[in-house]
Design a protein around this ligand. Sequence first.
Ligand code: AP5
Length: 207
Amino acid sequence: MSHRILLLGAPGAGKGTQSAKLAEEYGVEHVTTGDALRANKDMETEYGTPRSFMEAGELVPDPVVNEIVEAALADADGFVLDGYPRNLEQAEYLSEITDLDAVIYLDVDEEVLVDRLTGRRVCDECGANFHVDFQPPEEPGVCDECGGELIQRDDDTEETARERLDVFYENTEPVIEHFRDEGDLVEVDGEATPDEVFERIRGVLDE
Ligand code: AP5
């Protein structure tokens, strides 16, 4: 059976970490607007470049993101969608282009989110994720997977992380309420090790 899974959560909740594991476990595409936008940061659009919004912690305009998601989902035989929808307009658009089999919300306390974001390091070469305290690489600053250099994302400074959280509470919490009202949302406690959180999500999906 193909899976169409939506993973919702605040910045730093572990969406990217868990989506990668889920995509591997279920053999589906990992569709992530954040990675797609980071790979096209300097793309010229009629609204400006994605970079200008991302470095301020703001949302990239809906038409740009909707187009990315529609193209990615059209090519996917099953997916785990991460980073979208982030406002009610995007949620409406998503409902027009696909059905979902599961909607999972990763619940994590705000101060834990800030610690996770500011301590995150990503590989400049392969994109693998680490954390200076919670998932440290074997050798500081060096990727375990490919030996590439680990860097901090431009938007993972404390100031921008808090801005992103404000944007989440204002724009994306209503999306979570929308799915909760529809009776489609399953909440998973995201405050445990990545493997424990993964087992919790797998338990929900395998039910
Ligand atoms: P995006 O890349 O989607 O960022 P985000 O939602 O802010 O999510 P993050 O990647 O920061 O967090 P995550 O939940 O994936 O956590 P992770 O697993 O990495 O978006 C970036 C920007 O792009 C936005 O600000 C916006 O400008 C734009 N954008 C994207 N989508 C858009 C859209 N739809 N519309 C408009 N604009 C859009 O984990 C975080 C850290 O914690 C890591 O270091 C990890 O190692 C660690 N960690 C993970 N799990 C655990 C655990 N269980 N215990 C301890 N540590 C953990």
